[in-house]
Design a protein around this ligand. Structure first.
Ligand code: C2E
Ligand code: CA
Ligand code: CA
Length: 434
């Protein structure tokens, strides 16, 4: 049943706008300071809301936000206040708390309230929101300080894929370090300080190696190993993503040409980030790089996350078709997490379907995961695709996947990702079966 948008109840005196909420926050922080009281500021981020709208097509983002706010209000105490700060974010003020832990309890309650699918006329979908938490007196006394701390926590919760995050004093410092990293990343790309590791991929039926997925690595002098997703996140926010993708493409193809010169032709895959799908130059850049390094287009696979492909299916079809015309192979990555419909699958010019790691990890213990893996393999084969499993951590997963007819596997049960030299050795040792 579609939910109806909330009817406004004037007696509730809820702040409806960001401005009203900020005024209220001003008053409540003053009260808390005067009475040695406690208060919390929560920022809730809907995160997948763009994807939800791409999927459902019908409702406007503000309509979703209205339904979300209604659920939040029902979960809150009468004295708590909530208002939207954008179509994707809402701010919650929890005045007069007895203890900091009440803020966490409230966050858990709010997340639970959003657990049930949001139903629209076009269908229903589950949101995966996250919440950043800051409290007075622990994290500041004035509204601006608290809002900033809650927002940093929101970003941390989103990056770590956690439901909520409570601000830690030194995270302002961490955020500064991250701000510095964008400049360092630019330098690292130019100075060739990044590295690719190669995750071997085998054919499950013959156990022979077929190629590798190139994975980005950056060992920062101060910050240590920076996770590739953080690097990509920084690059997307700061406009460096084009240069980063170009670096990865060329580093992988240069390596492939070196291996080819020593008599080993293998398939390499690289990952493309979401924003790459808006880059009109990409097909020409890929074509040119292949020519530069003398690699056959069919030996390069581009992996694009399912969620990225379906967030704007029309645009994805257009760019994927142009990439396909270059001759490269296209893989739908992290399959299973993004609710692809059959109609999408039919329109994307794909060669390979990669089942996301969590489903593989759960397939022997969880009936739902097993069903998903099973049907993903059937679906892929039905569309003439090769099906790959990622995160094959244990030998029993490997044999179960082989029995289901899955074509390719990668993960710890095959080999971890290796630096170029170690990968070459691994290949030599396992050429006739891994
Ligand atoms: P992904 O494309 O799903 O890549 C697979 C990730 O799972 C890799 O993590 C890999 O090291 C890890 N993995 C593989 N087998 C196993 C296993 O058996 N067990 C466990 N626990 N993990 C396994 P990594 O290297 O940290 O990469 C994380 C993500 O970062 C990748 O996910 C990909 O989305 C992104 N990424 C990596 N390199 C690049 C790049 O060059 N460009 C872009 N745009 N994204 C990249
Ligand atoms: Ca991948
Ligand atoms: Ca994955």
């Amino acid at each position: 049943m579609p939910e109806t948008p909330p009817v406004q109840d004037p007696s509730a005196a809820m702040p409806e706008t960001r401005e009203e909420l900020l005024k209220l926050l001003d008053r409540e922080t003053a009260v808390a300071r005067a009475t040695d009281g406690r208060l919390a500021v929560l920022i809730l981020d809907l995160r997948r809301v763009d994807r939800l709208h791409a999927l459902l097509r019908g409702p406007s983002p503000s309509m979703t936000m209205a339904l979300v706010l209604e659920r939040l209000r029902k979960a809150l105490r009468p004295e708590d206040r909530v208002a939207p700060i954008s179509d994707e974010q809402a701010c919650v003020v929890l005045p007069r708390l007895a203890h900091q832990s009440q803020a966490v309890l409230a966050a858990v309650k709010l997340l639970r309230a959003l657990d049930r699918p949001i139903a629209h006329e076009g269908g229903s979908a589950v949101l995966r929101p996250c919440i950043g938490i800051a409290t007075l007196p622990e994290h500041g006394f004035d509204p601006a300080e608290l809002l900033m701390a809650a927002d940093i926590s929101r970003q941390i919760a989103a990056t770590r894929e956690e439901g909520y995050h409570v601000f830690q004093g030194d995270e302002a410092v961490e955020a500064e370090v991250y701000r510095g990293l964008d400049l360092d990343l630019e330098r690292a790309i130019r100075a060739n300080e990044l590295e690719l590791h190669y995750l071997p991929q085998i054919d499950l039926a013959s156990a022979r190696p077929v190629g590798a997925e190139a994975l980005l690595r950056w060992n920062h002098v101060k910050a240590g190993a920076v996770p590739p997703q953080t690097m990509v996140g920084i690059a997307e926010r700061t406009g460096l993503i084009g240069s980063l993708t170009f670096w990865v493409l060329n580093a992988a193809l240069r390596q492939a040409s070196e291996w080819k010169a020593s008599g080993r032709t293998l398939r390499l895959a690289i990952n493309l980030s979401t924003s790459t799908l808006t880059d009109r130059e990409l097909p020409a850049v890929v074509d040119q790089s292949l020519k530069t390094w003398g690699i056959a287009a069919g030996d390069l696979t581009l992996e694009i996350a399912e969620s990225a492909m379906i967030s704007d299916a029309e645009r994805s079809v257009a760019i994927l078709t142009r990439l396909k015309a270059v001759g490269v192979r296209l893989a739908i990555d992290d399959f299973g997490s993004g609710f692809s419909s059959l109609s999408h699958m039919r329109r994307f010019p794909l060669d390979e379907l990669k089942i996301d790691r969590p489903f593989i990890a759960g397939m022997l213990s969880d009936a739902g995961d097993r069903a998903l893996v099973h049907s993903a393999i059937d679906l892929g084969h039905h569309f003439g695709l090769r099906v790959a499993a990622e995160g094959v951590e244990r030998p029993e997963l490997r044999s179960a996947l082989a029995a289901l007819g899955c074509d390719l596997a990668q993960g710890d049960a095959v080999s971890p990702a290796l630096p170029a030299a170690a990968f070459r050795e691994w290949w030599t040792v396992h050429a006739s079966g891994a």
